[in-house]
Design a protein around this ligand. Structure first.
Ligand code: A2P
Length: 299
């Protein structure tokens, strides 16, 4: 299959990052290598994992067997709060790299701030700065940081994060985080860009699903596209980088075909107006990773 043209975002340190990548949160390890290969075959050039997803090994296998040279794929992983600290952060990086089977990383993120113990968060980021200075990672950044967490981190460290990856979709549009990121020249990356993996459950209290939103469906019909494609296109036109997760080959391909249509200003405004202010994921102010069930260091 001919790879689609993917657009590129130049980060604040000059490194170039594809604007669309495959996310693998909750991708079972036994399906992940195949998903990575399918994505690369479809033209994806960016894969986003994390130590806490417990599938770095499978991502590495997918990369190695994709037939595309390492230097053409942008690989992100993340350090989890239970791994924070300076020495333990350096160890966490080595462990992630070993599981991935790589000798450098493109982007290393702190997965969550730990506001109640910010010293450990800062120490972990200093470890990432050291890895950057040694050329073992090409860019460093954070995930799930609120503007106040960014300000606290930047006051105590040298390198402004290149990326802040946050929950972001039409029902949670994150205006203040996006503004803070823009002010600091930090690229905004959306996790759960089409509404998240938590939304379709039997639980009637589960968050609403933007995939079934009538406004988005109407816009999709008017462009002959799917609701997922419209949401992903909305992100791109807002200069937001996306990492939709799928293990389904058709949906992996569908989610990458978003460069050949344009939403109107009116489409964009209608989608912007869908914000509910309600997240589906954890609250960065209180989540510290201690309740996380998996033993990351012994995977
Ligand atoms: P699946 O892996 O079976 O495709 P997000 O990236 O916003 O977290 O969303 C991921 C969720 O949405 C997963 O449950 C994924 O399931 C599903 N999904 C991914 N792409 C699409 C699509 N194009 N249409 C419908 N559902 C999708």
């Amino acid at each position: 299959m001919t790879p689609v043209t993917t657009t590129i975002r130049t980060l604040n340190n000059g490194v170039q990052m594809p604007t669309v990548g495959l996310g693998v949160f909750l991708s079972p390890p036994e399906q992940t290598a195949e998903s990575v290969r399918t994505a690369i075959d479809a033209g994806y050039r960016k894969i986003d994992t994390a130590s806490a997803y417990l599938n770095e090994g499978a991502v590495g296998e997918g990369l190695r067997t994709s037939g595309v040279p390492r230097d053409q794929i942008f690989v992100t992983t993340k350090m989890f709060p239970t791994q924070y600290g300076y020495d333990s952060g350096l160890k966490a990086f080595d462990a992630s790299l070993a599981r991935l089977g790589l000798d450098y990383l493109d982007l290393y993120l702190l997965h969550w701030p730990v506001p109640a113990d910010f010293d450990r968060t800062t120490a972990a980021y200093r470890a990432a700065e050291k890895l950057l200075s040694e050329g073992r990672v090409r860019a460093i950044g954070v995930s799930n940081f609120e503007p106040e967490h960014l300000d606290r981190l930047i006051k105590r460290t040298e390198i402004v994060p290149a990326v802040n990856q946050v929950e972001l979709h039409p029902y949670f549009t994150q205006q203040s985080v996006r503004l803070a990121n823009d002010r600091l020249e930090i690229a905004t990356e959306a996790w759960s860009p089409i509404g998240g993996v938590f939304r379709r459950t039997a639980d009637s209290a589960a968050p609403l699903d933007p995939l079934s939103d009538p406004v988005i469906a109407g816009i999709a019909r008017s462009h002959g596209r799917t609701s997922a494609q419209v949401m992903l296109r909305w992100h791109l036109q807002n200069s937001v980088v996306v990492i939709p997760k799928s293990t389904n080959p058709d949906r992996i391909v569908e989610n990458s075909r978003i460069h050949d249509f344009v939403l109107t200003a009116d489409d964009m405004a209608q989608i912007d107006a869908l914000d509910t202010g309600t997240r589906t994921g954890r609250d960065p102010e209180t989540f510290d990773g201690s309740s996380y069930p998996a033993d990351i260091d012994n995977q």
